[in-house]
Design a protein around this ligand. Structure first.
Ligand code: AMP
Length: 176
C-alpha cells in the first residue's frame, strides 16, 4: 500500500473451527483489532483504497462492519450510515432479506439515510458468500445511492462472493 509500511495481516486472523455451527471455519478478527499496529494498518489501507472515490458516506454493516467502517469514514471526513439487523433502527426503514453462509437474516436502513446520487462505499469485516453485501447493495440502490466501492478486511475466495456483486469495485486486504 502506497505510503504505508507493508504488514502481514494474515497472522492476526484467528481461525475458529465449527463456530457458530459445525462445518464453518470462523475467521475471528479480534486479534487484529486488539493489536494497535495491525488495526491502524488495516484501517489506513482501506482508507487509501477509497480516498479517491470521495464518498459522501460509508455504509457499515452491523456489527463488525462498524468497527472497520466508522474509522474509515472519520479519516475520509465523510458520513457514516449504519445498516442494522431487523427491528433495531428507530425511524422509518426499508429492509432486505438474504441467505447467509449460516442461516437467513434481514437488514434495515433508514429511508432518509442516503439521498439520490450520493456516492457510497460499503464496508464489512468479511466477504463470504456475498449475500449480505448483495442485500446492502439493494438497500443503497433503492434509496438512490451510487456505489463507488466495497471493502473488506477478509475475503473467503473459495466461496466466490464476488460473483454475487460483479459490477462493483471490490477490495479485500486478506484472502483465504
Ligand atoms: P456472506 O453474506 O456470506 O458474505 O457473509 C458475510 C457476513 O457474515 C459478514 O458480515 C461476516 O461477518 C459474517 N461471516 C460469514 N462467514 C463468516 C466466517 N466464516 N467467519 C467470520 N465471519 C463470517
Amino acid at each position: 500500500m502506497k505510503g504505508l509500511k507493508a504488514m502481514d495481516l494474515d497472522r492476526y486472523i484467528r481461525n475458529i473451527p465449527d463456530f457458530p455451527k459445525p462445518g464453518i471455519q470462523f475467521k475471528d478478527i479480534t486479534p487484529l483489532l486488539k493489536d494497535k499496529e495491525a488495526y491502524r494498518y488495516a484501517i489506513d489501507s482501506l482508507t487509501a483504497l477509497f480516498r479517491e472515490c470521495r464518498p459522501d458516506a460509508i455504509v457499515g454493516i452491523e456489527a463488525r462492519g462498524y468497527i472497520i467502517g466508522a474509522p474509515v469514514a472519520y479519516i475520509l471526513g465523510c458520513g457514516f450510515v449504519p445498516v442494522r439487523k431487523q427491528g433495531k433502527l428507530p425511524a422509518k426503514t426499508i429492509s432486505s432479506t438474504y441467505e447467509l453462509e449460516y442461516g437467513y437474516a434481514t437488514l434495515d436502513i433508514h429511508v432518509d439515510a442516503i439521498q439520490e446520487g450520493e456516492k457510497i462505499v460499503i464496508i464489512d469485516d468479511l466477504l463470504a458468500t456475498g449475500g449480505t453485501t448483495a442485500a446492502v447493495i439493494e438497500l443503497v440502490e433503492k434509496l438512490g445511492g451510487e456505489i463507488a466501492g466495497i471493502g473488506y478486511i477478509v475475503e473467503l475466495e473459495f466461496l466466490r462472493g464476488r460473483s454475487k456483486i460483479p459490477s462493483y469495485p471490490v477490495h479485500s486486504l486478506i484472502q483465504f
